[in-house]
Design a protein around this ligand. Structure first.
Ligand code: 6R9
Length: 695
């Protein structure tokens, strides 16, 4: 294994790769240099006052927070009963859990015995209260001028029709349904239709490849797939149906058969006549859904019945199917939405996330509708047709709360303030950030340019596994510090621990864990409860381990320092290094691969792949492209490595473990800080990697 040091010019990093690397690097929010930059800004506090916020000051918060930890059973029962319809009321005692692996199996129950339905609470409840005519979705297409609106009444009727269709093809409570769609209103409608009949949705982000789709379909055994013929993203047309068809074929090769495919015809991207349909399996949404009845019986669900699976990447192995249940998720998503966005019924809210990720579940589909918001559904990308698109949409719909990822802020920031200031943003009240640490520079631009210094920034830290916001400012309730997620939400008890699991008090930096159950914590990993326990509960017994590091300052504010495991966060997308490595090694000429993250000026982190070729194989630009292609086809374009670094050998310990720390230092041009390399089996490897990287 391993080829001799390559000699041709193609071996070095390409000019393009180098140009990407040489872009100014931001160290503020990560790595060792970070702490001092952050520390210096500890005192740069900004305080807003928000007249209609639900929590007015830190005193009120402290009181509610204390009760939420002391009496979780009562605190959350009161909120859940007061805000939602329960067909069977929640029993007085409804909550129990065990987070301690030493004391037996880990489990969580909230509102157990209460029966409800989340789709009913999102739609029927508001329509029944006389709000049927209120706009529910404001659709903004990829191309300027393509738009539309749907009222709560219309969404309810469409959800019922889709629910009836699903029932007509045999979907019952507890069955899995896969959804692979772009950001059109029919995507949240499809999710709500599943929830209405008790089917478990598994949404697969539209950027995933056919292989990734197939493995998710196969893992959750979804016999029904809802998809779309095509979508326009900026100037590009993406043929989703072709990818979905291939995904179904791959599933069949793995022994699993998708029986029904419902295809929403997105005529603005591709005409129906051009869409390939499989007779007996496929039907167009527009042909079969209008024929269904516009009312459908609700399936009353026990609070602990599963609402959805969402696959997410971890440090090792294949993606995990994160399981969320009905009542806890509903209550927590709705309550966080209300408090964190200072939301009032009827507010116009816009989250740029895709429903394929958790943010699109909690803060697109469910949280806003549970609070009767009117929300913008945007099919396109923030930079098309130009860098002013987001602010044009904010202006057009008079958006009050805007929620996006730091990567989008950084990319828009580069285009200049004039794209922002030419539009009216006076409707904005709260600006949110999610997905990765926001560097103070981007924070200030967001605050000063986008929000004219008027709007609080809610930097919300949370995860697929947590179901909702965990550490976040509440608008106006306390001062914000650029780059800090600040304080825990109700019911959340963060702890910082050292490597030995010792809890650290006061000002400290360590591994971030959560020591009490909150209503929407992950219930299990689908079909792998053991993996659930070993990943989240075994590392620091008695707590849920987040995989993130954090620092707590003298005011008790938390500063998330990023993942401490082998997960890379590219533009807010979680990518497991092991997944990318296995996609690279699947190429017949690749002997070994090791992937690390490095700082990227726009994406937050980029993907740097070290590749060792098979004996006798020469590196070349075309091989580089094939390797990138291999990742695109097995995972998706968003996981494509930014850098392929030819590696005659990888730095390993004598026991054969790859020293990723060394690879990270080389990728960040910090070879002066390699640290102790004396345990390397072959110390010469480092020099040859540096030579092949260039200066
Ligand atoms: C919601 C979501 C989770 C990981 C998480 C952390 C990072 C998310 C953040 C943040 C710093 C924030 N993350 N929000 N880091 N500040 N405000 O993104 O879920 O896709 O599961 O990613 O994202 O590293 O562990 P998910």
């Amino acid at each position: 294994r391993g080829s001799p040091p390559p000699r041709n010019p193609a071996n070095q990093l390409t000019q393009r790769q180098l140009t990407n690397l040489r872009a100014p690097r931001r160290r503020e929010a990560r790595s060792a240099h970070v702490t001092s930059a952050i520390k210096a800004s500890d005192h740069a506090e900004i305080k807003h006052s928000v007249s209609d916020a639900h929590v007015q000051d830190q005193e009120q918060y402290a009181e509610m927070y204390a009760r939420s930890l002391e009496d979780p059973n009562g605190f959350w029962r009161d909120l859940a009963m007061q805000d939602f319809h329960w067909e069977t009321p929640i029993p007085e005692q409804h909550h129990s859990y065990n987070f301690d692996v030493r004391k037996g199996p880990v489990f969580t129950e909230w509102f157990k015995g209460g029966k409800t339905n989340i789709a009913y609470n999102c739609l029927d409840r508001h329509v029944g209260d006389g709000h049927g005519a209120q706009p529910c979705f404001l659709f903004e297409g990829n191309d300027v001028g393509v738009d539309g609106a749907m009222s709560y009444q219309q969404v309810l009727e469409e959800v019922c029709r889709v629910a009836n269709f699903l029932r007509s093809v045999g979907v019952k409570k507890g069955d899995s349904v896969a959804i692979y769609m772009p950001m059109v209103c029919e995507l949240p409608i499809a999710m709500l239709a599943c929830a209405r009949i008790g089917a478990v949705h598994s949404v697969v982000f539209g950027g995933f490849s056919s292989d990734a789709l197939a493995s998710r379909i196969e893992d959750c055994k979804a016999r029904v797939l809802l998809t779309c013929n095509a979508v326009k993203r900026g100037p590009k047309v993406i043929n989703l149906k072709q990818i979905a068809d291939r995904g179904c074929e791959v599933a069949v090769e793995q022994g699993f058969n998708v029986e029904h495919v419902l295809v929403y015809a997105n005529d603005s991207a591709e005409s129906r006549e051009d869409t390939h349909m499989v007779p007996g399996r496929d039907a167009f949404w527009q042909d079969v859904i209008p024929q269904q009845a516009s009312t459908a019986e609700v399936e009353w669900m026990d609070s602990e019945d599963t609402l959805f699976y969402l696959y997410t990447s971890g440090s090792t192995g294949k993606p995990k199917g994160v399981v969320h249940s009905t009542g806890g998720f509903m209550t927590y998503a709705a309550t966080t939405f209300k408090y964190v966005f200072a939301a009032q019924p009827g507010d116009v809210y816009w989250c740029t996330a895709d429903c394929g990720w958790i943010t699109g579940h909690s803060y697109m589909t469910y949280g806003p509708l549970l609070n009767r918001a009117t929300q913008v559904v945007f099919e396109g990308v923030p930079t098309y047709p130009d860098a002013g698109r987001c602010w044009q949409i904010v202006d057009k719909y008079q958006v009050k709360q805007f929620y996006t990822a730091p990567t989008a802020i950084r990319s828009l920031m580069r285009s200049g303030a004039e794209w922002v200031t030419k539009y009216d943003r006076s409707s904005l009240r709260v600006l949110g950030s999610v997905g990765e640490p926001i560097n103070p520079e981007a924070w200030r631009w967001y605050h000063e340019v986008v929000g004219d210094g008027r709007c609080p920034i809610v930097d919300t830290w949370w995860q697929t596994e947590t179901g909702g916001h965990m550490i976040t400012p509440l608008p106006g309730a306390w001062s914000e510090k650029p780059g800090s997620a600040s304080l825990p939400f109700f019911g959340v008890k963060p702890v910082l621990v050292d490597e030995k699991g010792q809890e650290l008090e006061g000002e400290a930096e360590g591994y971030l864990c959560i020591s009490q159950s909150w209503p929407s914590n992950i219930r299990t990993v689908y079909r792998d409860h053991e993996r659930y326990e070993t990943t989240y509960f075994a590392p620091f017994p008695g707590t849920y381990f987040t995989g993130d590091g954090a620092r707590r300052d003298s005011d008790g504010y938390y500063w998330i320092t990023g993942r401490v495991d082998d997960v890379i966060n590219v533009s807010g997308h979680r990518i497991g290094t092991a997944e990318v490595e296995s996609a690279l090694v699947a190429h017949p000429q690749c002997a070994e691969a090791a992937v690390v993250g490095y700082e990227h000026p726009v994406k937050g982190q980029g993907i740097w792949a070290y590749v060792t070729l098979m004996e006798g194989v020469d590196s070349s630009d075309s091989l580089r492209k094939e390797l990138v292609m291999s990742v695109r086809s097995q995972i998706g374009a968003f996981a494509a490595p930014d850098v392929i670094h030819w590696a005659p050998g990888l730095p390993k310990t004598r026991s054969g473990k790859i020293m990723r720390r060394v690879l990270r230092k080389i990728a960040s041009f910090e070879e002066d800080q390699l640290g102790d390399t004396s345990t390397l089996a072959d110390p010469g490897v480092v020099a040859s990697l540096l030579e092949l990287r260039g200066k």
